[in-house]
Design a protein around this ligand. Structure first.
Ligand code: NI
Length: 177
C-alpha cells in the first residue's frame, strides 16, 4: 500500500488535460491501487490521476454507502456514451479543494465506457451519487474542478480562501506526523 500526495488548488497541475492510457499494464494497475488507498485514507469517494500529479486518464471511485460493502471502481479512459436529459443538483466536495462544498448540477444518469484494471473494456450504468462522482472525477481529466461549474463570484471566494491557507502553510509548515 502506498499513499500518494494529493495536490490542493490552486495549482497549474490541476488545470492540465490528461492523456489517454494506451494499455492498462502492471504499472497502471499499481497506480490505480495506490490511488484507491489514498482515496480511502483521505477519506473520499473518488480520485483522479491528475490530483496526484499523473496526467493520465485514470480515475478511481467508490460511492458505496458506509454500511454497504466497498464497491471500488478503477477506470482508465472513461467516456460518457449516454447521459440523461434530466439533471440533478448535488452538493460536491473535492480532495483538492478541502473543506469547500457547493451545489453542482449534472445529468442524473449516465452510461460510461472504460477500461478496467485488467485492460478489459467495460460499460457501466450509473445514477445518483455514483453518477455524480464519476462525472466529477472525469472533469479532473480535462483540468476542470467542480468550482468551474459554479458562479465566478463563489469560485473566486473559494480560490482566495485556499490561496490564503497555502501562504500560511508555507510560513508555518505543518509538522509531519
Ligand atoms: Ni475532485
Amino acid at each position: 500500500m502506498a499513499l500518494l500526495d494529493v495536490i490542493v488548488a490552486p495549482d497549474p497541475r490541476l488545470k492540465k488535460k490528461a492523456q489517454a492510457v494506451e494499455r492498462v499494464d502492471a504499472a497502471t494497475a499499481k497506480l490505480m491501487a495506490d490511488m484507491l488507498d489514498t482515496m480511502y485514507e483521505a477519506p473520499g469517494v473518488g480520485l483522479a490521476a491528475p490530483q496526484v500529479g499523473v496526467h493520465k486518464r485514470i480515475i478511481v471511485v467508490d460511492a458505496a454507502r458506509e454500511d454497504d460493502p466497498p464497491a471500488p471502481l478503477k477506470m482508465a479512459n472513461p467516456e460518457v456514451i449516454w447521459a440523461s436529459d434530466e439533471k440533478k443538483v448535488h452538493e460536491e466536495g473535492c480532495l483538492s479543494l478541502p473543506e469547500e462544498f457547493e451545489n453542482v448540477e449534472r445529468p442524473d444518469k449516465i452510461k460510461v465506457r472504460y477500461v478496467d484494471e485488467n485492460n478489459e473494456l467495460r460499460t457501466i450504468d450509473a445514477e445518483g451519487l455514483l453518477s455524480v462522482v464519476i462525472q466529477h472525477e472525469m472533469d479532473h481529466l480535462d483540468g476542470v474542478l467542480f468550482v468551474d461549474h459554479i458562479s465566478t463570484l463563489k469560485r473566486n471566494m473559494i480560490i482566495r480562501r485556499l490561496t490564503k491557507i497555502k501562504k500560511l502553510e508555507r510560513r508555518h509548515p505543518v509538522e509531519a506526523d
